[in-house]
Design a protein around this ligand. Structure first.
Ligand SMILES: COc1nc(N)nc2c1ncn2[C@H]1C[C@H](O)[C@@H](COP(=O)(O)OP(=O)(O)OP(=O)(O)O)O1
Length: 157
């Protein structure tokens, strides 16, 4: 199963605003999400997280500033080739201003205004806990349409 990263830049502790990007290409295009992608061969998870963050919205951060926020496994019974793990990080410190790239169009949202209707359907099950500083571990099984949630287990630490 492939492994991916997902970085969630936030302002405030606890988080008051979150930077999301409208995905313009690839898996999940047309949805708001954090910034991330596949971990390449020979690359550490942290290095992949920082590389994808820079590639997708132009901001630079240090490994030490990534807060591990948990891991999720996504299962797509209708298309098992989509199955993957995601390593999730939040960060409050970075260099540079977010900018639109070929892959993502970034935008800041107040926590109360997170556009869950335009995000992956499982996000509202786990993102609120992550934004409260909790660490999560879980598994999501998607329905035949690869969009709706069929089953979900989320444990908070
Ligand atoms: C299925 O539910 C998901 N929810 C959320 N919030 N995020 C997800 C979900 N599935 C995938 N993601 C994230 C994980 C990664 O950050 C991206 C997908 O990255 P991937 O690399 O697979 O896709 P591309 O950006 O198209 O490929 P490149 O790495 O080649 O740019 O979405």
């Amino acid at each position: 199963m492939r492994s991916t990263t997902l970085c969630l830049p936030v302002q405030g502790n606890p988080a008051q605003k979150i930077l999301l990007g409208m995905k313009k290409t690839g898996f999940g295009h047309g949805k708001y999400n954090g910034f991330g992608g596949k971990i390449e061969d020979g690359e550490t998870t942290l290095a992949a997280a920082l590389r994808e963050l820079a590639e997708e919205c132009g901001i630079l951060a240090k490994e030490a500033d990534l807060r591990p926020a948990g891991e999720l496994t996504f299962i797509f019974p209708a298309n098992p080739e989509y199955d993957h793990d995601v390593h999730i990080y939040t960060l409050t410190d970075w260099q540079g201003e977010p900018k639109e790239t070929d892959e993502m169009k970034p935008a800041w949202f107040e926590i109360a205004d997170i556009p869950y209707n335009d995000m992956w359907a499982s996000d509202n099950y786990w993102l609120p806990a992550v934004l409260k500083g909790k660490k999560i571990k879980g598994r999501v099984i998607f329905a035949e349409n690869n969009e709706d949630v069929d089953d979900i287990t989320i444990r908070t630490e």
